[in-house]
Design a protein around this ligand. Structure first.
Ligand SMILES: Cc1cc2nc3c(=O)[nH]c(=O)nc-3n(C[C@H](O)[C@H](O)[C@H](O)COP(=O)(O)OP(=O)(O)OC[C@H]3O[C@@H](n4cnc5c(N)ncnc54)[C@H](O)[C@@H]3O)c2cc1C
Length: 1522
C-alpha cells in the first residue's frame, strides 16, 4: 500500500461483538496509518489492544461503551469482564453486541431488548451525537465493523461509508427475532436500512449471509502479524520443544470452573489467556499476562483450545495451529466459521461436557494429527486498507456483485427467519445450523464465490457423488459417507493391513465401487414416557436420539459381487457358479465382543420350495452366538420376503455403522432394523411408508430375533422428528402426531451401565403378567355381565350404561383402554399378586399374547404388571397435556412427578435396577438440595426407560446451563459411587425419517461409465429417488438451448432435455430489439431502464452458471427468428429447445423461429442424432416450464379453466401434484467450438439510459416499509401476516423456478413448521399459475379494452389525469406514494398495485390499458399474464365478475398504513404532518386532489373537476372494498 496522496481522516466504528473484531480492526487501521492517514477508532475495547500494535500520533481512540452483558444487563464474569471493566465512564452505547447468558450461550431475547434499549430508543440522540462528532473530527470516510448506526450517521453527515466484516446484524437479529416474536422485526429492518447507506462491503472469509449489502469485495483473512518467532516465545516462557503446548483462548470462561491438573495428558502444558488474577492454576497450566500478545503465543503453541469466534478461527488458520473448539449455543456466525475450519482441516470439535469435565486428552491428541492447510493469504488488513483508501480518494471499485443466486439465497435465509411463527422455534433451525453442508464446503474460502450449486444441492465429499437424496445437513451422515468413500482407499493406498481393524478391512472388500450404494440413517430413541406399557396399548412419548445408525447397501448381480475368501471358497465348492450371497459387516464389534462379519447364501432362507419359517430363522441365527446380531439385519430380508413377497435375486452387501450404543435402552436394535430395511427397500425400488416399515421391523425383532418388543422403538426411529416427542398409541401403532418439546424444557438420558439386573423380573415375564391380567379382567367382566343378565335387566339408564361398560371390558382389547378408576372399583381385588404359570393356564387356557410363552413352572407377578399399563397410560396423557400447557414451575414439577411415579411403578413390577435407582436418587438429591431450592430448580424428575432392569434413565429439567452442570455432577457422582462413567444422551436427532442416498464413486480411478443425472419425481421430498443415467449413446449432434424467460440452470427442463438428447449444447440468448421498443398503444418504453438492468444481471448470472458447468452463453443482438436458423446451420443443430410461452407476442416469435428453421437444410447428417437424421432439418421443441403445476398435470384442459380462481386452486390442489425439480448434471459440456460468445449487453446497447436498478436495495427498502406496516397493523390486531417474498422479478425472468420455491417451502415445513405463512407463498404462486393458464384460455382478449368478458366501457384517455397518476401527483398520498415507489424502484406491493389500479379506473375513469402499459414499462417483474390478468380483474373486465372491486383510498390507508409511515417515506411533504393527517392532509398541506373519490368525501380541485364530470355517465358496477 503506497503512501497517501493526501492524508485522510477515517472514522472507524467497531462492534461490541467480541474481541476478535477489535483485533482485526487494528490491522486495517495500522495499514491506513502507515499510509499516512489519521484513524479515529470508536471502540469499547481497552487501549492496549490498539496501542501495542500502533504507536502513532495518527491513532485516536474514542471510547464508547460496547458492552457484553448478561441477561440482567450486568457485565459478564471472566476474561471479558477483565477486558471491559477497564472502560472509562460510559459515554454512549452504539451497538451492544450479543448479550450472553453465559460464556457459551447467546441470549437472543435479551440481545434484542438490549439493542432496542440502547440503539433504538435513543436513536435520534445517537445520530445527532455521531454526526456532530464526525463533523468535529472532519472525517473524510467512515468505516464500520459493523455498527449499523455508523453508516446512517455517516450519511447524515454527508460522509461516505464502507463496512468491513464477516457478519452483519440484520442476519443475526433476524434469527433472534424468531425467538423473540415478530414485534421486534422493525429492528432488523432498521439495521438493514442503516447498512444500506454504506457503499459496499469488504467481506472477510468465513462470512455469514449478509442480505443488506448489495455489493461485496472479498479480501483474505485479517490477522495480526507475528512479532516474534516461535522458538523465541517458547524460550521466553521456558517451554522446551518437546513439551506439547495448548493455548486456552476462551474469553469469558464459565463461572465456577476450575482448571485441574488431570485435564491435560502428561507431557502437555496449557497457556491460559485472560485468566483473572485470583484464579489459581495447577502446575501444568501457565497464566499469561493480561496484555500478552496472543498471536505470538498461538503460533508458539501446538494447538489452541477455545470457543469459536472470528479472531480465534482466523488466527488458528493463519498460523496453521489446530483448533479444538467448543460450540456456542445460538451463536449465528459459528456454522460458517466452523465450515472454514473444517475445510482447511484445522478444527476438532470438543463437546461441552468434555470441556467442562476435563476430558481433553483425546481431542488434543487428535488435534496434533491434523495438518491445517490454509493457504489463502493473511494480508486482509492491508488489502482492506488499500480498498478503503482508494475508495476514499474516489476510485470506483468494480465490486464483485453478489450473484443473483447468492443474493436470493441470502434473502431466502432472512425471509424464512422472519416468516416464522413467533415463539415457535427457540433453537437454531437445523438447516441453518448445518449450513456448512447446505452451503458447500467452500463457504469460507475467499477465492470461491458462493455458487448456485453449493447452495442448492447438498454438499458432498470430494471423491464421491451423492446421486440422489439428501443428507439433511447431518454431519454424522456426511462422516459416514466420507468413511465409506475412503474404504477402498484402504486397499488402493496400500496402507499396511496390520493397521486396519478387521472390520474395516472386511468392509473395504464389501462393495463394488462401480455400482450404486444406498445409504439410510435411523436414530435411536429415548423413552420419555410410556415404555413397557406399549404392548398394552398405551400412549407413549418418544424422543429420537441424536445418535443414529447408518446402513449402506449394495444390490449386485452375483457375478459382480466381491466375495470374501471363505464365501468364495464355499461357492466354488458348490460348483454352481455365482449365486446370490448376503454379506454383512457391522462396525463396533470390538466394543460388544462379537464377530464383525456375517455372510449367508440367500438360498439359505429357503426350506425346499418354501420360505424358511420364522421359528427356523430364529434358530438359524442363534447357531453362532457371535453372529446372532445378524438376525436384526438379515431378518429384514426374510420379513420383506415373507410379508411383502419380495424376491431377492441379486446379491446384497450391507455395511452397518451405528452410533446408538447397544444395551443402553435407547433402542439400538430398532435403529439398525429401520436403517437396514430402509436401505434395502431403496436399493430394490420398494416404496414402504414409514409406518409400515416400522411394523415390518417389529416383526424382525419379534419373529426373527425373538425379542418380544412393542413397536414404539421402530416407529420413533422411522417417524420421529428433532426437538419433538413422537406421540403414539400402541393399538397397535397409531401415530398421533408430534409434540413440540417446549424450549424451556429439556430431556436427558443417563445410562446406568447396567445391561440387566440379575435379580429383577425380566421384561418378558412382566409382559406375560400384564396379558394374564387382561385375561382375568375380561373374564371377571364377563362374569359380572352374566350375573347382571341373570338377575334380569332393568330399564334404568344408568345401569344400562354400566352393562355397556362391562361388555366392553369383557372384550377388552388393550389393558390401557381400562381407566384407573374402573380398575380400582371392580378388578383390583380379583387379581392375585402372583400366579404360577400352570395355575393360570389351567384356569384360563391362554394369555393371548402371540410373542410370549408362559413357563408353567414360573411364578408371574400379576397385579403390579397389570396395574402399571393402566396407570401409565393415564400418566402419559397427563404428561402430554402438561407439555402443551402454559409455562410455569408447577408444570415442570408435575412433569417430573409423573416421571417419578412411572419409575416406581417399574420397580413394583420388578423391572428396576440398582443403577437406575441410583441415578433417580441422585436427581432427587440434586432437585432437593439447598442450592437448588434457593434458586430456580433445574432438574425435576427421572425414570427408568424402555424395557427396564437397567439401561438409561430419562431426566426432565429446565433447559439451562445450570441443568447441564447438574447432569455432569450426577454423571460424576455416579462414577464415584460405581466406577462407571455413564453416557449422557442429550439432544434429539435433526432428521429421523431414514434418508436415502445413492452413492456412486466419481473418482476417475473407479468410474467406468459415463455421466449421471438427477431425475425422478419424489413421492416424499425427503425420500427422493434418483437413477443414474448415461447420456444415451445414440443421441448425437448439437442442440441449441434458446433461453427466453427461463434464465436458470436449476429445474430447467429445456436445458436438461437438450443435454440428454445431444452430444454438445449451444446455449443462446437473443437480445430481441422488439423487447426494447415501445408498448403497443401508448408508446412507453417496452422494457424500462430498471428491468433492462435486471435482465443484464440475470444474463450475467446465467452465463457464469453455465460456465461453471462447462458451457457458456452465446449472446446475440437481433431477432431469434433470424439468429437461431443461422446458428442451426452453422453448427448443424438438430433441435432448438426452448420454453413454451403463452402470450401472442412470444408465440408469434415461436412461429417465426419454427418457420425459418424449417428452411434450414443441414449440411450433412453425419454425427447428427439418428432421431433427426432422416429429416435433415432443425426442429423447434417447445417445452413447458414456467408454472408450478405442469400444464399436463392439470385436471382440465386450459380451454375449460374455471373462471373463478378459488375453483381453479381447489381443483389443482386436490387433483394435481407438483412435479419435482429437474436437476441438471454438474457438467453440461462439451460445448461446440464458438469463436465469439458475445458479451452481456450494457444499458446503452439496449437503448436505455444507464440507471442502477438496485433491486435488492429497493426491495429491501420496500420490505422494510411493508414490515413496518405489517408490524403496526398486526399490533393493532387488524391484519394477518403479510410477508412479501419479492420473488416476482426472478420468477418473471425465469431465474427462479416456482417448483424450486415449492420444494423449499415443503422442505422448510418438514424441518420446522407448517403454517399459514408457509402455505401462503404457495397460494400466491397458484395465482401466478392461474394467470398463465388464463392467458391460454383468454388469448388476446386479455389485451383488449373489453377484456375477456368483452365489457363495453367509455374510458377516458385524459393525458393530464394519467400524468398526475403516473408521476404520483394525484393529491392522494397513498396513490402518489405507490406511484413514486414504482418510478424509483420498479416495484410496488400487490396491495399498492390494486389501489392505484382501482384509483385509475374507478376514480379517474381512465382506460385501464394505459395503466397496464405503464406497469409493463416500469415493473421489474413485468409478466404479460400476471400484469394483464390483474389489470383486467382490477378494471372489472376480467373473466371473473366477482373480482370487480373498488378500493377506497382512505380506508386502505387506515387499514394498511395506519400511521402513514409508508406515505411519509415516499412523500417528504407529508412527513412533518401528524400521523392521522398523512392520508388526508388537506389541500393546504399537500396538493389538491385531482379528482373526487367515487365513494369519498374529497372535493376535486376546480381545475380538474372537468375530468370527473366527463365520466358522470359511466355507471360503476363493481363491488366496493372497504
Ligand atoms: C394491477 C396489477 C398488476 C400486476 N402485475 C404483475 C406483473 O406484471 N408481474 C407479476 O409477477 N405480478 C404482477 N402482479 C401481481 C403481484 O402484485 C406481484 O406478483 C407481487 O406483488 C410481487 O411481489 P412478491 O414477489 O413479493 O409477491 P408475494 O406476495 O410474495 O407472492 C409470491 C409470488 O406469488 C405470485 N403472485 C402473488 N400475487 C399475485 C397476483 N396477484 N397475480 C399473479 N401472481 C401473483 C408472484 O409470482 C409472487 O412473486 C400484479 C398485480 C396487480 C394488482
Amino acid at each position: 500500500m503506497g503512501a497517501a496522496k493526501r492524508p485522510l481522516v477515517f472514522a472507524y466504528y467497531v462492534t461490541g461483538h467480541g474481541f476478535g473484531h477489535a483485533t482485526r480492526v487494528v490491522e486495517v487501521a495500522r495499514h491506513l496509518i502507515l499510509a499516512g492517514h489519521d484513524v479515529h477508532v470508536v471502540t469499547g475495547a481497552p487501549d492496549y489492544v490498539f496501542t501495542t500494535e500502533i504507536q502513532s500520533p495518527h491513532l485516536f481512540l474514542r471510547k464508547v461503551c460496547l458492552l457484553f452483558c448478561n441477561v440482567h444487563g450486568e457485565l459478564l464474569r471472566g476474561s471479558d469482564e477483565t477486558v471491559y471493566s477497564l472502560l472509562p465512564v460510559v459515554q454512549v452505547l452504539l451497538d451492544c453486541g450479543a448479550v450472553q447468558a453465559d460464556a457459551l450461550t447467546v441470549d437472543r431475547l435479551a440481545s434484542l431488548e438490549k439493542y432496542s434499549e440502547t440503539a433504538v430508543v435513543p436513536r435520534e440522540t445517537i445520530l445527532a451525537t455521531e454526526v456532530e462528532w464526525l463533523k468535529s473530527i472532519k472525517a473524510d470516510f467512515v468505516v464500520s465493523d459493523v455498527v449499523p448506526v455508523a453508516c446512517r450517521a455517516a450519511a447524515d453527515a454527508g460522509i461516505r461509508s464502507v463496512c468491513v466484516t464477516n457478519f452483519s446484524w440484520d442476519f443475526i437479529y433476524a434469527e433472534y427475532v424468531m425467538a423473540a416474536g415478530h414485534h421486534h422485526r422493525t429492528i432488523v429492518w432498521q439495521i438493514a436500512e442503516d447498512y444500506s447507506h454504506c457503499e459496499f462491503l469488504i467481506r472477510l472469509p468465513g462470512y455469514c449471509p449478509m442480505p443488506a449489502f448489495r455489493d461485496a469485495i472479498d479480501v483474505p483473512l485479517v490477522v495480526r502479524r507475528l512479532h516474534k518467532p516461535r522458538e523465541e516465545i517458547r524460550k521466553e516462557l521456558g517451554i522446551g520443544e518437546d513439551v506439547k503446548t495448548v493455548i486456552l483462548n476462551f474469553g469469558g470462561q464459565p463461572s465456577g470452573w476450575t482448571l485441574q491438573e488431570k485435564f491435560l495428558p502428561s507431557g502437555w502444558l496449557c497457556l491460559v489467556c485472560g485468566a483473572s488474577e485470583s484464579l489459581d492454576l495447577p502446575p501444568n497450566f501457565v497464566k499469561l499476562a493480561k496484555d500478552a500478545y496472543t498471536p505470538d503465543l498461538i503460533a508458539a503453541s501446538d494447538c489452541m483450545l477455545g470457543k469459536i469466534g472470528y479472531g480465534t478461527v482466523s488466527e488458528a488458520l493463519a498460523y496453521k495451529i489446530p483448533f479444538v473448539f467448543v460450540r456456542r449455543d445460538y451463536f449465528n456466525e459459528e456454522p460458517f466459521l466452523r465450515n472454514m475450519l473444517e475445510f482447511y482441516q484445522a478444527g476438532v470439535e470438543m463437546i461441552r461436557r468434555d470441556l467442562l469435565t476435563g476430558h481433553w486428552g483425546p481431542y488434543l491428541e487428535h488435534a496434533l494429527s491434523l495438518k491445517p492447510s490454509y493457504e489463502g493469504g493473511i494480508n486482509g488488513g492491508e488489502a482492506a486498507a488499500k480498498i478503503l483508501q482508494d475508495t476514499a480518494y474516489g476510485k470506483n471499485y468494480a465490486a464483485d456483485k453478489l450473484s443473483g443466486a447468492r443474493r436470493l439465497r441470502d434473502a431466502i435465509v432472512l425471509g424464512y427467519q422472519l416468516q416464522r411463527a413467533p415463539g415457535r422455534d427457540l433453537s437454531i433451525p437445523d438447516w441453518y445450523a448445518n449450513a456448512e453442508n447446505e452451503l458447500g464446503l467452500r463457504t469460507g474460502s475467499p477465492t470461491t464465490l458462493m455458487s448456485e450449486d453449493t447452495f442448492f444441492t447438498p454438499s458432498r465429499p470430494e471423491d464421491f457423488e451423492i446421486l440422489h437424496g439428501d443428507c439433511m445437513g447431518l454431519s454424522d451422515t456426511m462422516t459416514f459417507l466420507k468413511s465409506l468413500s475412503e474404504l477402498d482407499g484402504i486397499l488402493v493406498s496400500g496402507i499396511t493391513e496390520k493397521l486396519q481393524k478387521r472390520e474395516r478391512k472386511a468392509a473395504a472388500g464389501l462393495f463394488n465401487w462401480e455400482e450404486d450404494i444406498f445409504v439410510a440413517r435411523a436414530p435411536g430413541r429415548l423413552d420419555v414416557m410410556g415404555g413397557i406399557a406399549d404392548y398394552s396399548g398405551s400412549l407413549v412419548l418418544q424422543m429420537p436420539t441424536r445418535e443414529a445408525c447408518h446402513v449402506a447397501v449394495q444390490k449386485l448381480h452375483p457375478s459382480k459381487q466381491r466375495l470374501w475368501k471363505h464365501a468364495l471358497a464355499r461357492q466354488n465348492a458348490k460348483g454352481q457358479g455365482p449365486t446370490p450371497v448376503l454379506q454383512i459387516v457391522s462396525y463396533g464389534s470390538e466394543l460388544s465382543n462379537r464377530g464383525p462379519t456375517f455372510d449367508m447364501d440367500l438360498s439359505d432362507f429357503m426350506d425346499g420350495d418354501q420360505l424358511m419359517s420364522y421359528e427356523n430363522a430364529r434358530s438359524f441365527f442363534a447357531r453362532d452366538p457371535s453372529q446372532r446380531w445378524a438376525a436384526y439385519i438379515a431378518g429384514t430380508i426374510l420379513v420383506l420376503m415373507k410379508e411383502l413377497g419380495v424376491h431377492f435375486e441379486n446379491s446384497i452387501s450391507v455395511l452397518v455403522s451405528s452410533a446408538v450404543p447397544e444395551g443402553k435402552g435407547v433402542s439400538s436394535s430398532a435403529a439398525v432394523e429401520v436403517a437396514t430395511m430402509s436401505a434395502i427397500a431403496a436399493s430394490h425400488g420398494l416404496n414402504i411408508e414409514p409406518r409400515q416399515l416400522a411394523l415390518l421391523c417389529q416383526k424382525v425383532e419379534n419373529h426373527v430375533v425373538g425379542a418380544p418388543c412393542g413397536v414404539m422403538d421402530q416407529m420413533t426411529s422411522a417417524c420421529g422428528e428433532a426437538n419433538k416427542l413422537l406421540a403414539m398409541v400402541c393399538q397397535p401403532a397409531e401415530v398421533l402426531g408430534l409434540v413440540d418439546i417446549p424450549s424451556h424444557i429439556r430431556f436427558w438420558g443417563i445410562d446406568s451401565g447396567i445391561r440387566h439386573s440379575v435379580g429383577g423380573a425380566d421384561y418378558g415375564s412382566v409382559r406375560i403378567g400384564a396379558f394374564m391380567g387382561r385375561k382375568i379382567i375380561k373374564s371377571v367382566a364377563a362374569e359380572l355381565l352374566s350375573q347382571s343378565t341373570a338377575n334380569g335387566l332393568t330399564s334404568d339408564d344408568l345401569e344400562e350404561d354400566g352393562i355397556e361398560l362391562l361388555e366392553t371390558e369383557a372384550s377388552l382389547d388393550y389393558l390401557c383402554n381400562l381407566s384407573p378408576h374402573r380398575y380400582e372399583a371392580l378388578y383390583v381385588n380379583q387379581l392375585p399378586q402372583t400366579i404360577l404359570g400352570e395355575a393360570f393356564l389351567g384356569k384360563y387356557a391362554d394369555h393371548n399374547d402371540p410373542v410370549t410363552v408362559i413357563d408353567t413352572k414360573r411364578n408371574y407377578g400379576l397385579r403390579a404388571a397389570t396395574r402399571h399399563p393402566i396407570y401409565e397410560n393415564f400418566r402419559v396423557k397427563a404428561f402430554k397435556a402438561l407439555l402443551t400447557s402454559a409455562t410455569s414451575d408447577d408444570q415442570l414439577t408435575a412433569l417430573g412427578e409423573l416421571l417419578y411415579q412411572c419409575h416406581y411403578s417399574y420397580s413394583a413390577c420388578g423391572l428396576g435396577s440398582d443403577g437406575t435407582d441410583r441415578v433417580v436418587q441422585l436427581v432427587q438429591e440434586m432437585q432437593h438440595s439447598k442450592h437448588s431450592r434457593a434458586g430456580e430448580g433445574t432438574l425435576y424428575g427421572a425414570k427408568i426407560t424402555g424395557g427396564g432392569s437397567g439401561g438409561t434413565v430419562c431426566i426432565v429439567g429446565r433447559n439451562c446451563l445450570r441443568s447441564n452442570e447438574q447432569i455432569i455432577q450426577i454423571q460424576k457422582r455416579y462414577e464415584g459411587a460405581t466406577g462407571y462413567l455413564p453416557i449422557v444422551f442429550e439432544g434429539s436427532s435433526p432428521e429421523c425419517a431414514p434418508t436415502q442416498l445413492e452413492l456412486n464413486r466419481q473418482s476417475t480411478r473407479f468410474r467406468v461409465w459415463g455421466r449421471t443425472r438427477w431425475s425422478g419425481s419424489p413421492t416424499r421430498p425427503s425420500r427422493v429417488t434418483l437413477r443414474t443415467q448415461c447420456r444415451p449413446e445414440k443421441e448425437k449432434g448439437v442442440a441449441i438451448v434458446w433461453f427466453r424467460n427461463d434464465l436458470r440452470i436449476l429445474d430447467n427442463e429445456v436445458l436438461h432435455t437438450a443435454w440428454a438428447s445431444s452430444q454438445a449444447l449451444l446455449p443462446v440468448y437473443c437480445v430481441d430489439p422488439r423487447l426494447f421498443g415501445a408498448t403497443h398503444h401508448f408508446g412507453f418504453p417496452k422494457t424500462g431502464a430498471m428491468r433492462s438492468q435486471f435482465l443484464i444481471e440475470c444474463l450475467s448470472d446465467l452465463k457464469q452458471n453455465l460456465m461453471k458447468r462447462g458451457l457458456n452463453l452465446l449472446i446475440q443482438q437481433g431477432k431469434p427468428e433470424q439468429i437461431l436458423p443461422s446458428l442451426a446451420k452453422a453448427y448443424g443443430v438438430h433441435t432448438v429447445y426452448a420454453q413454451k410461452e403463452t402470450c401472442s407476442e412470444e408465440v408469434n416469435v415461436e412461429k417465426l423461429v419454427s418457420k425459418n428453421l424449417r428452411k434450414v437444410v443441414l449440411p450433412s447428417a453425419e454425427g447428427v442424432s439418428t432421431k433427426h437424421k432422416s429429416s435433415n432439418v432443425t426442429n423447434l421443441d417447445l417445452i413447458w416450464g414456467c408454472t408450478m403445476y405442469h400444464i399436463d398435470d392439470l385436471p382440465f384442459n386450459c380451454t375449460s379453466l374455471p373462471d373463478v380462481y378459488t375453483q381453479f386452486r381447489k381443483s389443482v390442489e386436490s387433483n394435481s401434484t407438483i412435479r419435482s425439480c429437474i436437476k441438471v448434471p454438474a457438467s453440461l459440456g462439451p460445448m461446440p467450438d464458438v469463436k465469439d460468445w458475445g458479451c452481456i449487453p450494457d444499458a446503452s446497447m439496449l437503448g436505455i439510459q444507464p440507471e442502477k436498478a438496485c433491486f435488492e436495495r429497493n426491495v429491501v427498502h420496500r420490505g422494510r416499509k411493508r414490515s413496518t406496516e405489517t408490524y403496526k397493523v398486526t399490533r393493532n390486531g387488524m391484519l394477518g401476516p403479510d410477508y412479501s417474498t419479492k420473488f416476482s422479478p426472478w420468477l418473471a425472468f425465469g431465474s427462479l423456478s416456482p417448483r424450486f420455491i415449492y420444494e423449499e417451502v415443503k422442505r422448510y415445513e418438514k424441518l420446522r413448521v407448517s403454517n399459514d405463512s408457509t402455505y401462503w407463498v404457495l397460494f400466491e404462486l397458484i395465482w401466478r399459475d392461474y394467470f398463465i393458464f388464463l392467458s391460454i384460455k383468454a388469448g388476446n382478449s386479455l389485451f383488449y379494452v373489453g377484456g375477456p368478458r368483452g365489457v363495453q366501457t367509455n374510458w377516458s384517455q385524459d393525458q393530464a389525469l394519467f400524468d398526475a397518476w403516473r408521476n404520483g401527483q394525484t393529491g392522494y398520498p397513498l396513490v402518489d406514494a405507490n406511484m413514486k415507489e414504482l418510478l424509483a424502484t420498479g416495484f410496488m406491493s400487490n396491495r399498492g398495485r390494486q389501489i392505484v389500479c382501482s384509483f385509475l379506473v374507478r376514480d379517474m375513469g381512465v382506460d385501464w390499458r394505459i395503466g397496464a402499459e405503464w406497469f409493463e414499462s416500469c415493473l421489474l417483474d413485468y409478466d404479460p399474464c400476471s400484469n394483464y390478468g390483474n389489470w383486467t380483474y382490477g378494471a372489472g373486465v376480467g373473466n371473473d365478475p366477482r373480482e370487480d372491486r373498488y378500493f377506497s383510498i382512505l380506508k386502505q390507508g387506515q387499514s394498511y398504513d395506519p400511521d402513514g409511515e409508508f406515505v411519509a417515506y415516499w412523500l417528504p411533504q407529508v412527513k412533518p404532518l401528524p400521523k392521522e393527517k398523512r392520508h388526508n392532509p388537506g389541500m393546504m398541506m399537500y396538493m389538491k386532489p385531482i379528482v373526487a373519490l367515487k365513494f369519498g368525501n374529497t372535493k376535486a380541485s376546480g381545475a380538474r373537476r372537468g375530468g370527473v364530470e366527463e365520466k358522470k355517465g359511466k355507471s360503476y358496477r363493481g363491488n366496493r372494498v372497504q
